[in-house]
Ligand binder design. Structure first.
Ligand code: SAM
Length: 365
């Protein structure tokens, strides 16, 4: 340790990492001091989950959505996008491609779309499992318990549902309830675990009104939740959304709440690194949103600062361009093959290997 290291916020793993230290690291601006956080997160990642990076092929199966999330470009009120559902046979083709690329998991993601009927999803899950043997992860929003149970019975392995922010007031402001149904994602996550799913959650970083103190609460919540996967990405303003408009106005006026968390690469990496320390054996993706805020280094930095999962996008380009949850999604016109090549090259350059098998939590080391 050098003399100035004496003043660094203490780094620890699991319960040994205090909320106070998390908050101090979130506010830390000195790049040299941050090197200590990056190396602690990288060492913890290596020790608990090893050098393998699990690749999970992503298919964005529908951009229809009943919700009014103020941050999201596919919200119901956005009339400016053409809506689609990917036919079942095309999803199964994507699963075959995932298998051919050596991925262990297929992730099916969509808006909260009740046009994706319970039986249709169950049938797709069992076809994908039957024909490829891949693990199947679903991320289809706040569906009723009966749907979640039916899909688990059909063979789905995992379900992703981010709580987005632990600040309840902010959450309900950016994620309005549907009429007569209070949104309680923490309760749904408990149900998913009871049903035997591996459950995943996560947050956006830098939502207007989200403070560093609130992000420290998010990391505390992760610590207490026993999640298998935790997805952390920067909030990316979409101009055709109410929150995107608010972001633009605040940016132009320099009008930010005190302690506003930044939605940049550095802050997102800090949250990934701190989450690796708080939940050392969780699967943490280097998200697409992170690769977008810094196209040159975002994904590499994520993988070097705690992440151990990448989700290459397998959605056929004609659909992918319409799944615009935020503007200018990475590689929107690239083929699955080109995306796969660039991710494999990145892993090779970082000295990391591709994980074999489904990549369950705690089986990567
Ligand atoms: N409908 C499902 C749900 O809400 O969980 C899955 C799809 S939703 C588009 C997946 C995730 O995208 C959300 O949990 C949210 O964190 C993220 N997201 C949506 N809009 C975003 C934005 N403008 N910037 C960053 N992330 C965003």
């Amino acid at each position: 340790m050098t003399a100035s290291d004496d003043t660094l916020p203490p780094l620890g793993v699991g319960d040994a990492l205090t909320r106070e230290a998390v908050l101090a690291w979130l506010r830390e601006a000195d790049g040299r001091r941050l090197e200590r956080l990056w190396s602690a997160a990288d060492e913890t990642r290596a020790r608990f989950v090893g050098g393998a990076v699990h690749l999970r092929g992503l298919v964005e199966v529908s951009n229809n959505c009943v919700r009014g999330c103020t941050y999201c470009g596919i919200r119901a009120a956005n009339r400016g996008i053409e809506r689609y559902r990917v036919p079942a046979g095309v999803v199964v083709d994507c699963a075959r491609a995932a298998k051919a690329y050596g991925y262990g998991t297929l992730v099916l993601q969509s808006g909260e779309d009740y046009g994706l009927e319970t039986d249709w999803v169950a049938d797709v899950v069992s076809r994908v499992k039957g024909e490829t043997g891949l693990a199947v992860t679903l991320s289809l929003g706040e569906r009723p318990d009966e749907d979640l149970a039916a899909w688990r019975a059909a063979g789905a392995d995992r379900y992703l549902l981010r709580f987005e922010t632990s600040d309840d007031e902010l959450y309900h402001r950016i994620h309005p309830d549907l009429p007569g149904r209070v949104s309680d994602r923490l309760a749904i996550l408990r149900t998913l675990q009871e049903l035997g799913y591996e459950a995943g959650t996560g947050i956006m970083v830098g939502v207007p009104g989200q403070t560093y103190a609130s992000v420290a609460d998010d990391v505390d919540l992760f610590r207490g939740m026993d999640m298998d996967m935790i997805g952390i990405g920067p909030y990316l303003p979409h101009p055709a959304t109410p929150l995107g408009v608010e972001f633009g106005r605040r940016l132009a006026a320099g009008d930010w709440p005190a302690d506003q968390a930044a939605n940049d690469e550095l802050t997102t990496c800090k949250v990934i690194a701190l989450t690796r320390l708080a939940r050392p054996d969780a699967n943490l993706p280097a998200t697409t949103a992170l690769s977008l805020v810094d196209r040159d280094a975002g994904r590499a930095h994520g993988l070097q600062r705690g992440a151990n999962v990448v989700m290459p996008n397998l959605t056929p380009p004609e659909y992918r361009a319409k799944y615009e949850i935020y503007p200018e999604k990475a590689a929107v016109h690239e083929t699955a093959e080109a995306i796969d090549e660039s991710i494999q090259a990145l892993l090779a350059s970082l000295g990391r290997t591709v994980g074999e098998g489904p990549g369950r939590r705690g089986h990567g080391g």
